[in-house]
Structure formats: structure tokens, C-alpha cells
Design a protein around this ligand. Structure first.
Ligand code: IDP
Ligand code: MG
Length: 134
């Protein structure tokens, strides 16, 4: 597998429910390196750029409101096959479908608040790292 970087973000519910340490621990145990990490708010411009592909969908407005509603943890994580590895650790988008042992399966409650974001391809990762870290 190729050495990759991915963008991942602990969403407002993950921070509020005190899952930061557990999630970072899971990345490190999986052999990934946390290269950058910052706690802070997502701006409206960052939210819209990150979720551009979902514009116009029924859940879009709620998603933008939610992701800007409280502090998040923004991270660049690197390692062998980091994009797919983080997606595997995250689990399915809907926590109800996410397997036990995955971050969403263990800590997620509802689709609208599913704990964590992770880039879905190396191309998305590059775009998202630029959105959040410049
Ligand atoms: P992903 O986060 O697993 O990549 P996407 O389909 O890219 O999933 O959706 C982005 C985010 O939008 C999801 O993580 C979730 O927070 C939200 N979302 C997606 N589909 C729905 C839905 O049907 N209802 C409410 N929120 C949704
Ligand atoms: Mg996605």
C-alpha cells in the first residue's frame, strides 16, 4: 500500500461526548501517524466547501448547521493506505449499520451525528487538507 495522507475530523458530537482520546488512540494503534491536529470551529465557508457534493440534498442544510455548531478536531493522518484505513476504522455512515468495533458503531447514535469524518479518496484528502489547513 502507498504512503498516504488523509483528512479526518472528530465532529461536534464526538468532541462533546468526550471521544477525542479514544479515537486518536485507535488511529495510533492502527499504525497511523497524526501529523497535524487542531481543535476549533469549522467556518461556514469550510463547511460548504467540504460538503459541496451534497449541496441540494434534503439533509444538506442540517449537515452544514451541525458541523458548524461546536468545536471539532481537525486532523491530518498519514500512513500506509491511510485513506482506506481511516474509513475502515470509522465504519458505515449510518451508526445503526456500523459494525461494533468501529468508531461510528461504538460511539455513534444517529445518522445526523455520526462522530467522525474521513476523506473518501486520496484526491478528496488533498482537497480537504487544503480547505482546513490551507
Ligand atoms: P461519509 O461521511 O460516510 O463519507 P457521506 O455520504 O459523504 O458519508 O455523507 C456526509 C455526511 O452527511 C455523513 O457523514 C452524515 O453526517 C451526513 N449524512 C449523509 N446522509 C445523510 C442522511 O440521509 N441524513 C442525515 N445526514 C446524512
Ligand atoms: Mg463522504
Amino acid at each position: 500500500m502507498a504512503q498516504e495522507k488523509t483528512y479526518t475530523m472528530i465532529k461536534p458530537d464526538g468532541v462533546r461526548n468526550r471521544h477525542i482520546g479514544e479515537i486518536v488512540n485507535r488511529f495510533e494503534r492502527a499504525g497511523l501517524d497524526v501529523e497535524r491536529m487542531e481543535l476549533g470551529m469549522v467556518t461556514m465557508d469550510q463547511a460548504k466547501a467540504n460538503y459541496k457534493e451534497h449541496e441540494g440534498k434534503p439533509f444538506y442544510d442540517g449537515l452544514i448547521e451541525y458541523i458548524t455548531s461546536g468545536p471539532v478536531v481537525k486532523m491530518v493522518v498519514s500512513g500506509d493506505g491511510a485513506v482506506a484505513k481511516v474509513r475502515t476504522l470509522m465504519g458505515a455512515t449510518n451508526p445503526a449499520d456500523a459494525a461494533p468495533g468501529t468508531i461510528r458503531g461504538d460511539f455513534g447514535l444517529i445518522m445526523d451525528e455520526n462522530v467522525i469524518h474521513g476523506s473518501d479518496s486520496p484526491e478528496s484528502a488533498e482537497r480537504e487538507i487544503a480547505i482546513f489547513f490551507g
